[in-house]
Design a protein around this ligand. Structure first.
Ligand code: 3HC
Length: 290
């Protein structure tokens, strides 16, 4: 059967929170899905989380046991990049480091099936720049920006680089829809749309805290109850990771050449102190006792 995306096998590079979530959504949607991560223990952790989330979906009556078992059967986990051989699409979701991503894409590109697509889940790095790592395959390079938690958030921001072809964009949009998501296109500008708008809001919340406008819990309460945000901006910053927030602000400030996007000194200070948010147990708020 041919589909608009013409994709049957999906591979994910990176078994962390985002990569694991993307893999889960792809497998639930019926794609043969491979997750690759060479970091010791990452694959085991990812598989354990998949098992837990699928069991919870069955418990809640959102999925039958048979569907959960079939989903598990579609998932392959590997610590070898070679497991990606023959993939119709490879979606990268590793650390926000241009050099690391480019090196991985250069190694992964020859493993693609004929006509396959390379996608990055980067939150703000230029898709045009990352695409230069794969030479004459840059027309099949695109941004697929998922949101955390991936199984819950509906959006995929589809980022077209300067060299991305119309066909690649159309196939990626069709794939995101087949994965049960709502794809929305955006152009390759610093922060795309989502982080161009979200990060300055989060940064401003840190300024409000630093300047004593209100204490952190009250800033969040005001935005939750007054603006219907599901999480306050400071809680959301912890959820995203304060280091990631600083990184995205740096990309905005440098890419848009405007100091109004510089990260708030208090945000940077927390990162220096190792308070990175949920992942380190403490950020704006303390999660160590939960
Ligand atoms: N994986 C799978 N499912 C999850 C989950 C996860 N990690 N976390 C929560 N859920 C599910 C729960 O199981 C629950 O499902 P149910 O309705 O079937 O019972 C549902 O989500 C709601 O969860 P909870 O009841 O535990 O809690 P909340 O109602 O507070 O919702 C939340 C949690 C969905 C995270 C909500 O607080 C929210 O939407 N927060 C904002 C998230 C957001 O803005 N994300 C984008 C971040 S920016 C980003 O990712 C881009 C990057 O580039 C920075």
């Amino acid at each position: 059967m041919t589909t608009p995306h013409n994709i049957t096998t999906v591979s994910i590079i990176g078994a962390g929170q985002m990569g694991g979530g993307i893999a889960q959504v792809a497998a639930v949607a019926g794609f043969a899905t491979t997750v690759y991560d060479a970091f010791p223990g990452a694959i085991e952790k990812c598989k354990a989380l998949h098992d837990k989330l699928l069991a919870r979906a069955v418990e809640k009556g959102k999925m039958t046991q048979a569907d959960a078992d079939a989903t598990k059967g579609r998932l392959t986990y590997s610590e070898s990049l070679h497991a990606l051989k023959g993939s119709d699409i490879i979606i990268e979701a590793v650390v926000e480091d241009t050099a690391v991503k480019k090196e991985l894409f250069a190694k992964a590109a020859p493993l693609l099936a004929k006509g396959g697509i390379l996608a990055s889940n980067t939150s703000s790095i230029s898709i045009t720049d990352l695409g230069t790592a794969v030479g004459d395959m840059a027309d099949r390079f695109i941004g697929m920006h998922f949101f955390n938690p991936v199984p819950v958030m509906k959006l995929v921001e589809v980022i077209k680089g300067l060299s991305t072809s119309e066909e690649t964009t159309a196939r990626t949009i069709a794939l995101a829809e087949a994965m049960g998501k709502v794809p929305v296109p955006a152009n390759d500008r610093p922060g795309f749309v989502s982080n161009r708008v979200l990060m300055p809001l989060i940064n401003e919340a840190f300024y409000a805290w630093m300047e004593g406008v209100a204490e952190p819990a009250h800033i969040d309460e005001i935005m939750k109850l007054g603006c219907a945000h599901p999480m306050g901006p400071l809680r959301l910053a912890d959820f995203i990771g304060l280091d990631t927030c600083v990184h995205i602000m740096d990309v905005l400030a440098d890419g848009l050449n405007n100091d109004r996007y510089r990260a708030c000194p208090l945000l940077k200070q927390l990162v220096v102190a190792g308070r990175l948010g949920d992942k380190s147990g403490r950020g704006v708020f303390d999660y160590s006792k939960k």
